[in-house]
Design a protein around this ligand. Structure first.
Ligand SMILES: C[S@@+](CC[C@H](N)C(=O)[O-])C[C@H]1O[C@@H](n2cnc3c(N)ncnc32)[C@H](O)[C@@H]1O
Length: 307
């Protein structure tokens, strides 16, 4: 666990992660002492730490993360809690129903804070960021699946073009896919810089957006594809809603249109006798929060309640 040790010893900045829209989420979940709450996306435990305080004493908190290094950081931050039961689970939140059934728990509140956090993005070993050179991996759970390099070295150009459009609204999808194919004919893609070079070769300088790095959309799309982040999301959202106790709420924070569309459609399909949509329109962070935490800028919060 060299990586973990270097993180644990790193400056406090590594741990600075302001939980996004935490006030709005606490208000809408309205947790009280003794409640059961599930954080499906533990990350650094920012929301979970607040949930622990909200259900104290006598409450139960279950946190999931599919990334074992995040789970260990969260575990260290949470520490020992004497008057709240805390279960930290190294699993995909898409397996939430089974875990809750095993624990015989019906949550009063569930949060999914989708995507990944800055500690994951900034770690060059993971190959998620285009800012530093690293192996082109991008997997959240490196014990499973294929690294991004393997996927990009074999994917059909049409499928890559589709993913770039679908997962990141990339206008230059076809040109980028063409560059990837041309480059891998010369030699296989290995590092994050190899992919950045393909993007630079595909997008003319004059056409690049000023606001964001030209590789931002490509890296987002490839990451979503490699981790299958949207596969089974609809089913997972529905299963989470159905797992709630009567009167319980499911809050979901999403950060791009592909995710938000899925959440919105599932909520609509559930809106019947049993569920009511609390957020007719998604809630967004205040200007103050966006100024203080730029990661929150694209957040959309949708909430559904079991009657
Ligand atoms: C945006 S961060 C959560 C940050 C957290 N709310 C906090 O305040 O510290 C998302 C986390 O969810 C995890 N994650 C994303 N998709 C997941 C999935 N399908 N199952 C389990 N964990 C997932 C990521 O590894 C990451 O640690």
């Amino acid at each position: 666990m060299v990586l973990m040790e270097s993180r644990m010893g790193a400056t406090d900045k590594t741990f600075r992660h302001d939980p996004v829209m935490v006030q709005e989420i606490l208000a809408v979940l309205a947790l009280k002492a003794g409640d059961v709450v599930v954080d499906g996306t533990l990350g650094l435990g920012g929301h979970t730490l607040r949930f622990i305080d909200a259900v104290r004493p006598g409450g139960t908190v279950v946190g999931f993360d599919w990334d074992s290094s995040m789970l260990e950081i969260a575990r260290a931050r949470i520490g020992t809690q004497s008057d709240v039961k805390v279960h930290l689970v190294h699993k995909d939140f898409r397996e939430m129903s089974d875990v809750l059934a095993e624990l015989s728990l019906r949550p009063n509140g569930i949060l999914l804070d989708l995507g990944l956090n800055s500690a994951q993005i900034d770690d060059p070993v993971r190959g998620i960021s285009f800012r530093e050179e690293g192996p082109l991996d991008m997997r959240m759970d490196r014990t499973r699946g294929e690294p991004a390099s393997a996927v990009l070295n074999r994917i059909a150009p049409g499928d890559l073009e589709w993913a770039l459009k679908e997962y990141a609204d990339e206008r230059w999808a076809r040109a980028i896919a063409k560059q990837v194919v041309a480059r891998r004919k010369e030699q296989p893609l290995r590092t994050t810089q190899d992919l950045v070079d393909c993007v630079h070769a595909a997008i003319p300088v004059g056409a690049r957006e000023k606001r964001i790095h030209p590789a931002t959309r490509t890296f987002q799309a490839v990451r979503i594809m490699v981790n299958g982040e949207l596969n089974g999301l609809a089913e997972a959202v529905e299963a989470a809603a159905r797992a709630l106790a009567a009167g319980g709420s499911l809050a979901i924070l999403s950060y791009h249109s592909g995710e938000d569309r899925i959440v919105k459609d599932v909520f609509k399909s559930l809106q019947d006798e049993e569920f009511e949509i609390v957020t007719k329109k998604p809630q967004t962070p205040t200007e103050v929060e966006i100024r203080e935490n730029s990661r929150s800028r694209s957040a959309k919060l949708r909430v559904i309640r079991k009657k």
